[in-house]
Design a protein. Structure first.
Length: 211
């Protein structure tokens, strides 16, 4: 990766958690605003005008305007490739893990950014920073996020997960699925929740939506 990209990531990932969450919301709101303008250019009957493809084109344009586009050829320079799952390819660099999300679960860039913000509000100990976008230019766009790497940990048990979520004020609806007055959180299974040697719980990934 070019030095300029490293500098861009470093500068735009700093700040307090509240500031970062506001920035994530501002990015999502701006993409939504541009999508609305794009949709307005089409006739009212064309309900599919605002779709993921249009959203990706708008996100790519925004990222390049704001120096937050990471060429896909440079993505491997973020870190050493780590384990990949259904939704994320990961890259590890020292005490950080970078995740490139394919939107397979969210089906929307703005919904994904909302989910990241919700995660940060519920699970600040595994706070995400938004790094930028990568992908195939003019085609596929994928968000890039960063998280502190949880070390010396193993998958938590379902009982540990349930105890932890209840302590946060959530009620269990089903295995790995919890709800409170504001959020619905699911996919809290051992592969997404870690426990360290001191018994501390870390939710590293989850599906989240507003109730």
């Amino acid at each position: 990766m070019k030095d300029g990209i490293f500098e861009s990531i470093s500068q735009r990932s700093s700040g307090t958690q509240d500031e970062e969450n506001r920035r994530i919301q501002e990015v999502a709101d701006e993409i939504r605003r541009r999508c609305s303008l794009h949709e307005a250019q089409y006739e009212a009957g064309q309900s599919n005008a605002r779709n993921l493809y249009a959203e990706m084109n708008i996100a790519e344009q925004w990222a390049k305007e704001n120096d937050l586009w990471i060429p896909l050829s440079d993505i491997f320079m973020i870190g050493i490739p780590g384990p990949s799952g259904n939704e994320n390819d990961t890259y590890i660099s020292n005490d950080l893990i970078f995740k490139v999300n394919n939107l397979l679960n969210s089906h929307s860039i703005t919904r994904f950014l909302d989910r990241v913000r919700f995660h940060n509000e519920i699970f600040p100990e595994t706070f995400y920073c938004f790094i930028g976008f990568t992908g195939f230019e003019g085609s596929t766009v994928m968000p890039v996020i960063r998280q502190d790497l949880v070390k010396n940990a193993k998958p938590a048990t379902p009982i540990q997960i349930e105890t932890y979520m209840c302590a946060l004020g959530f009620k269990k609806e089903a295995e790995g699925r919890f709800v409170n007055q504001r959020y619905l959180v699911w996919d809290l299974v051992p592969r997404n929740v870690l426990v360290d040697e001191e018994g501390d719980i870390f939710v590293v990934d989850a599906e989240i939506a507003l109730v």
